[in-house]
Design a protein around this ligand. Structure first.
Ligand code: GRG
Length: 313
């Protein structure tokens, strides 16, 4: 089996940040804060976060904050709950949460909870269990979970559970591994895992492994490296990770590396990007691949950062 080309991946991540006119940078312009979270967390898992200028990053992150308290994907764009979590995660990586006005950010998130317990992503109202996870994760990091109606939030997530044991975007929505991560993560953070039928969900999740060793996100779909995160983190949280073949998955992720220029793609020989590089390396960390920092499956941040947030205030 090949090895993880860690140094090349570090170079790749740093090069994307520098090439602001590249295709990848241009298409990522409006969601740059998500990209920053993916890239910087990858560097931290690889033990190389100190290769970036933290002051520069932090000053840019703070310029993405809107007067409502929410963060936009880039300077001058509209705020959204998606980028608000990324901003909080990036500041947490650099141990700089203290520069945030916790109440202001939390008020923005609290204002997005709907009467039925669900969350909208922004003022335009789209509802999705992704936003429930983000609200719960973000408020928990800010120690402000008590500002929302947690019971209603949990009941809404449970109403998105399907007969196959999985979860969808909204009630009745098809089970999808990405939404399952969001629902399982949110239930873990709120201490509500008893709502999950672990054997039934574990069975559905382990059936995501295909012949090549890679994982897909739902039946009959192609494998994609990013599901190494969405599926594995869920399996770990419900204590069923031993139901998949770890060796084969490690091999699949390593086969998706660009060994010349660094970076990881969705499938072998496809073009690499920061998103798949992050979820490939985060997946390897969940698989306890050597020399990688451990990552927390519910908060999607390195375990040492999560410990600093919750035990070292
Ligand atoms: C902090 C890690 C972290 C996440 C924040 C945004 C979010 C919360 C979670 C997103 C979860 C999600 C829905 C992931 C799936 C993304 C994806 C690859 C969607 C592709 O869907 P299709 O239908 O692909 O294009 P398939 O693989 O089903 O063919």
């Amino acid at each position: 089996m090949g090895e993880l080309a860690a140094e090349r991946h570090v170079k790749y991540i740093l090069s994307v940040e520098k090439k602001k006119d590249s295709f990848e940078s241009v298409v990522m312009e409006h969601l740059r804060l998500n990209g920053a979270y993916w890239g910087l967390t990858t560097l931290d898992i690889l033990g190389k976060l100190d290769t970036v200028d933290s002051d520069e990053v932090i000053s840019w992150v703070m310029q993405c904050q809107h007067e409502s308290g929410g963060f936009a994907g880039n300077i001058g764009h509209d705020p959204h709950i998606l980028y608000t979590l990324s901003a909080v995660q990036v500041l947490a990586l650099f141990n700089k949460l203290n520069i945030l006005d916790f109440d202001k950010v939390s008020n923005y998130i609290t204002g997005l909870q709907n009467e039925d317990g669900s969350f909208s992503g922004d003022m335009w109202g789209e509802v999705d269990t992704r936003f429930s996870y983000i609200a719960i994760c973000c408020l928990s990091i800010l120690h402000r979970l008590d500002m929302i109606n947690v019971e209603k939030a949990v009941n809404y997530i449970v109403s998105c559970k399907n007969l196959d044991g999985g979860f969808g975007c909204t009630p009745g929505g098809e089970s999808h591994a990405g939404q399952i991560f969001c629902c399982v993560g949110a239930l873990a953070i709120t201490g509500s895992l008893h709502h999950i039928d672990k054997d039934r969900l574990g069975w559905w999740l382990c059936e995501r492994q295909v012949k090549s060793g890679g994982l897909n996100g739902r039946p009959e779909k192609l494998p994609d490296v990013c599901y190494s995160w969405w599926v594995l983190s869920s399996l770990i949280i419900i204590d069923r990770v031993h139901w998949i073949n770890k060796e084969k998955l490690i091999k699949y992720i390593l086969d998706c590396q660009d060994l010349e220029n660094g970076g990881i793609s969705d499938r072998p020989d496809d073009a690499v990007d920061v998103y798949h590089t992050y979820f490939g390396i985060a997946g390897l960390s969940l698989l306890e691949y050597p020399e990688l920092k451990a990552i927390d499956p519910a908060f999607a941040l390195p375990v040492d950062i999560v410990n600093r947030i919750f035990f070292n205030r």
